[in-house]
Design a protein around this ligand. Structure first.
Ligand code: NAP
Length: 340
């Protein structure tokens, strides 16, 4: 059963503060379960916190002009895509409203899996794309397939190549609205087996490179006064999974970096969001840096069906549209909120 929660703010000259109408409906039947008025911002935040804790779907958060009021929309309307109800998805910050149509989007790791799926989905919604990865023929082919897309060969662990990719994006499209920091790799191994050189390489790719890429686009986004960054972490960090220490440490670092960037950029019009995919049917397992066999064993030891990259792509696009802090596709038993 899914619930539709609508919160609408009104500014009435007779009230000290904006007041908020709250309405909870059962989504399938449209039955109103609860409606009422939240007298002030503090009450609103209390409700948003409860929504977050319960992992409910927040579809709409908007303000409107009351008769005689001067209020402009403060919170943006969230997407009302029905498919979203399968994701346990919450936004407690509605300031950002990025239109995918026409947005210039730089996607790292666009040559396969989640990155390629995100590029295709974004292109269907009208985004202009900069596809970055090392396998040039793959991204060139994808760029040919898509409308208004360019391929830029880029090893994200090389800061010069990142700077060049960003420059090319700017020269081609004149702006960069969205960065999806998706390039990444797995590394499997028990703590006493992890080769420190492999660990350094994984940290470089999964943690340092997203920082460098954010640093490369931020001056552009600051100048524009608008931007969206989605960092692709991993659902493995929401529980403790033996054998994933090195990979999870890199992705936990990325999640923290992402959260801090979000706080630091809160008043700039740039939203930073974190995506937590779980087991997804991509080339991830084949491209794992070490101990492919044990990773494959781990994955087949549970009965979970791998998710489709398209599903992750849709969740990433919704993060971009809403500026929400996070989305996960992680089953509840692994610490996430996904009940699909
Ligand atoms: N699949 C899962 O189960 C899963 C679960 C949770 C999180 N994730 C995360 O999701 C993201 C995408 O992974 P995926 O599942 O789509 O796996 P994938 O199919 O193996 O894709 C990984 C992408 O990263 C790119 N990449 C790797 N090293 C790079 C480098 N040095 N410079 C530029 N690009 C590089 C690869 O492109 P090139 O080789 O062409 O450079 C490829 O496009 C990763 O960050 C991964 O950690 C995946």
């Amino acid at each position: 059963m899914h619930y539709r929660i609508r919160i609408q703010g009104h500014l009435d000259p007779g009230w000290q503060d904006r007041f908020w109408g709250l309405c909870i409906e059962q989504q399938e039947t449209g039955t109103t379960l609860l409606s009422g008025i939240l007298p002030d911002q503090a009450a609103l935040h209390g409700v948003l916190l409860q929504i977050t804790r319960l992992g409910l779907v927040l579809l709409s958060l908007e303000t409107s002009e009351a008769p005689g009021g001067q209020e402009k929309s403060v919170f943006s309307t969230q997407t009302k895509k029905t498919g979203l109800s399968r994701l346990s998805y919450v936004s407690t910050q509605g300031e950002n409203n990025m239109n995918i149509d026409g947005a210039v989007m730089l996607i790292t790791g666009a040559s396969s899996g989640i990155g390629a799926a995100t590029a295709r989905a974004a292109s269907r919604d009208g985004a202009r794309l900069v596809l970055a990865a090392r396998r040039e023929e793959r991204i060139a082919q994808l760029a040919d397939e898509l409308r208004e897309a360019i391929a830029v060969r880029c090893d994200v662990t090389d800061a010069d190549q990142v700077a060049k990719a960003v420059q090319t994006a700017l020269e081609t499209f004149g702006r960069i609205d969205v960065l999806v920091n998706n390039a990444g790799q797995g590394l499997q191994g028990q703590i006493d087996e992890i080769d420190p050189d492999d660990f350094r390489a994984i940290l470089d790719l999964n943690l340092v490179a997203p920082l460098v890429t954010m640093q490369a686009v931020l001056p552009i986004m600051r100048k524009q006064g608008v931007g969206s960054i989605v960092n692709v972490s991993s659902g493995t960090i929401l529980s403790v999974i033996p054998g994933t220490g090195a990979y999870s440490a890199s992705k936990a670092g990325l999640a923290t970096l992402s959260a801090v960037a979000r706080a630091e950029l809160a008043s700039t019009g740039i939203a930073v969001s974190t995506m937590y995919p779980f087991i997804t049917a991509t080339e991830f397992l084949e491209s794992i840096r070490a101990d492919h066999e044990s990773a494959a064993r781990l994955e087949s030891s549970n009965s979970l069906q791998p998710q489709k990259p398209d599903q992750v792509a849709e969740a990433i696009l919704d993060l971009i549209r809403t500026g929400a802090e996070r989305a996960d596709l992680v089953p509840e038993q692994y610490g996430g909120t996904y009940r699909g």
